[in-house]
Design a protein. Structure first.
Length: 427
């Protein structure tokens, strides 16, 4: 009896172990399928892991960034929705920051089928080296300002050569580094090529980098870069099949952040300067609306499938979620438009809203009504802006010169005309 009980216990433990392993595995990665050279569909990734680092409570003269803590949570939620397992680190000193990179890469970077994403939010800085080249740095919480203590800064900050070393240590085929920081990129080539379509080529190894701005550009505490990163992963940067490549993401962020920051930030993006690590492209996948049902009445050779119905359900769920986000954003927008903020700011707010939810009017009457109302308000504020521009400006008062002042004073004393008359009469 005891032997049977032991055997039963062993089988039960084995079953529990399998169930737990399956549950853990289910949370890893997201199914992204591509076609290989033979046209066969294959999974692009095995597991997906992200390291998200935020620095807000700077100690040595750098401005604090209180918004970063919330940014880290937003990024984590976005990436979990994309199938990533996320590790977060807040306010690391130099040693802890290096250890976070090292531990993460050691734990998740050895499997070639993985994709790894690194996100840093905090200050960045560019130093002109003695040999004339710019070197970019990310700034941990304990690094002093370089204008106050250059040697201390160089000893504490993490330079891009160290980041390049981390990138090359990774065996996972795809790694994407995003820095919500402004500094000069010295380890990657600036990309200007048009993003390629998703193909088997995308599975080749790549190390990609995106920064939120160039050297010496300010980092606002309320991150425009994060706002647009969120919009991109929610579908704004996706192609017709719902794919977003690292290159397409970089191009989207460069265009939108530059626009919404009114030219104060210019994101940079590119791939590592290494011929063995610059051929592939990082890939995200977002839900897309299914194609309209075919009206072809011919049913010869038709096969039974539920794929379209499953896709419909996923699409409906996605757009229902977007509608709730839209209504929440609209409720936040309306009171702002009643404030005494500048007309230009109100137009910018309305434009951001329209861009973020522009496609939702096709899937919901309620969304279309909101978008129509936003369009009307945009036209209204545009008219106000142009009417203000057309108003005649008052002519500036000219300051009288010394002679005019003297004449005015004489005139006010009742002798101005008399003096002039005497001059010309010869008296």
């Amino acid at each position: 009896m005891k032997r049977h009980f032991k055997a039963f216990t062993a089988v039960l433990c084995l079953l529990l172990l399998v169930m737990v392993s399956a549950a853990v595995g289910a949370g890893r990665g997201v199914t992204i399928k591509i076609k290989d050279d033979s046209g066969k569909e294959v999974n692009l990734y095995g597991e997906s892991h992200a390291l998200v680092i935020g620095v807000s409570d700077y100690q040595s003269g750098w401005p604090k960034l209180p918004g970063v803590a919330g940014d880290v949570e937003v990024v984590k939620k976005l990436l979990v929705g994309q199938g990533f397992e996320v590790v977060t680190v807040m306010n690391p000193e130099r040693d802890k920051l290096l250890r976070a990179f090292d531990d993460f890469i050691q734990k998740y970077g050895s499997k070639t089928e993985n994709r790894l994403l690194f996100y840093f939010a905090g200050h960045g800085h560019t130093v002109k080296k003695s040999y004339g080249e710019d070197m970019g740095y990310i700034v941990p919480v304990d690094a002093p300002r370089p204008d106050k203590n250059r040697a201390g800064f160089l000893a504490k900050a993490i330079d891009m050569q160290q980041i390049e070393s981390f990138a090359k240590r990774i065996d996972a085929k795809h790694a994407l580094f995003l820095f919500d920081s402004c500094f000069s990129g010295s380890i990657f080539d600036m990309t200007r090529a048009v993003p390629e379509s998703i193909s088997y080529k995308a599975s080749r190894p790549v190390r990609q980098f995106i920064t939120s701005g160039a050297a010496d550009e300010p980092v606002p505490d309320k991150s425009i870069f994060l706002e647009q990163f969120k919009a991109a992963l929610e579908g704004s940067a996706a192609d017709k099949d719902g794919y977003i490549t690292g290159t397409a993401l970089g191009e989207y962020l460069q265009n939108t952040v530059t626009n919404y920051s009114k030219g104060t930030q210019h994101p940079q993006y590119g791939k590592i300067r290494n011929s063995k690590l610059d051929k592939g492209d990082f890939v995200f996948k977002v839900a897309v609306a299914p194609p309209p049902p075919s009206t072809d009445s011919k049913s010869e050779g038709a096969k039974f499938t539920l794929d379209d119905l499953k896709n419909n359900r996923e699409s409906e769920s996605y757009h229902a979620k977007k509608l709730e986000e839209m209504k929440s954003a609209f409720n936040e927008l309306k009171p702002y438009l009643q404030t005494e903020s500048k007309v230009d700011n109100k137009i910018t707010a309305l434009t951001r809203f329209k861009d973020a939810f522009s496609g939702e009017g096709e899937f919901s009457v309620e969304a279309k009504v909101i978008l129509d109302e936003v369009k009307t308000m945009l036209e209204k504020f545009a008219k106000v802006k142009y009417s203000l521009a057309d108003e005649p400006k008052p002519e500036p008062k000219q300051t009288p010169n010394k002679e005019e002042k003297k004449s005015q004073q004489n005139s006010s004393n009742g002798i101005g005309d008399l003096g002039t008359f005497k001059k010309y009469s010869g008296d």
